[in-house]
Design a protein around this ligand. Structure first.
Ligand code: NAP
Length: 252
């Protein structure tokens, strides 16, 4: 059974691994046997490193701003140089800006689209080329409930996460025959920095909680199993899929 899910000998790049969902997924992948290259722009990743080293795996951190087009090539080259190959890419880094649609600024729009969408396209294309040359790879994009729904006061975030579904399916269609599985995870409402403002709005917090069939918000821990599944042999015949990890939100 272990062979289905083992990532022994694999190398994973995880963006946004300093905290929240990315940190938890990086630790989950390491527990399954992968060495991790983690990318974040501002925060130090000491906590992630400590947890990954406890698993006996290696952790390399790269400090880089994914919103800057010019940094993508060096991120890719640095990542490949660390271990000589990349087997798994988790496109997790993301930001959110909240404002009424009628007041939403160009700056907020550009910032969100640059991190949540443009960097995912470019990193996937570049690391995908490396995976194509190797004849195998696993790419996991982090989508959202707002991949399917409109949300409130987050038009750029919603647009970027809808586009993640399109990117996942279009890359998957071209690369499934090249040994690369491209899939996505759509987390429901999870307790991280990203949802702090939402959880502080008592009325919305209570409304959202009451709409989740499982009756509770998810935690970063809840993504570990799904990411290992999509990064492992167990998902060999799964392509272009968006896996909701949402306590039942999308079915209610
Ligand atoms: P988070 O706690 O805010 O963490 C975001 C991570 O992304 C941090 O490691 C951050 O590191 C990194 N990051 C942000 N901008 C970056 C940049 N320009 N360059 C490099 N790294 C950057 O967020 P989260 O809640 O864990 O969310 C992770 C992903 O899941 C996002 O794509 C989010 O949209 C998605 N998601 C979250 C939820 C939820 O309920 N929390 C639900 C659905 C989907 P630095 O600050 O150091 O750069």
């Amino acid at each position: 059974m272990n062979n289905y899910f083992s990532l022994k000998g694999k190398v994973a790049v995880v963006t946004g691994s300093s905290t929240g969902l990315g940190q938890s997924m990086a630790i989950g992948l390491a527990k399954a046997g992968a060495d991790i290259i983690g990318i974040a722009s501002r925060s130090n990743q000491d906590e992630t490193m400590k947890e990954i080293e406890k698993t006996g795996r290696e952790f390399y951190q790269i400090q880089a701003d994914l919103s800057k087009k010019t940094e993508i090539n060096s991120i890719v080259q640095d990542s490949i140089n660390k271990k000589g190959r990349i087997d798994i890419l988790v496109n997790n880094a993301g930001i959110i800006r909240r404002n009424n649609a009628e007041n939403f600024s160009d700056e907020d729009w550009d910032d969100v689209i640059n991190v949540n969408l443009n960097s995912v396209f470019r990193l996937t294309r570049e690391i995908g080329n490396h995976m194509i040359a190797n004849g195998s790879g696993k790419i996991i994009n982090i989508a959202s409930m707002l991949t399917f729904q409109g949300g409130l006061k987050v038009p750029a975030y919603t647009a970027s996460k809808h586009a993640i579904a399109g990117l996942t399916k279009s890359f998957s269609n071209e690369w499934a025959s090249k040994g690369i599985n491209v899939n996505a995870i759509a987390p429901g409402y999870m307790i991280t920095n990203n949802t702090k403002a939402l959880r502080e709005d008592k009325k919305r917090y209570e409304y959202i909680t009451s709409r989740i069939p499982q009756g509770e918000w998810g935690t970063p821990e809840d993504l570990k199993g799904s990411v290992v599944f999509l990064a492992s042999n167990a998902s060999r015949y799964i392509n272009g899929h968006i896996l909701c990890v949402d306590g039942g939100w999308m079915s209610s």
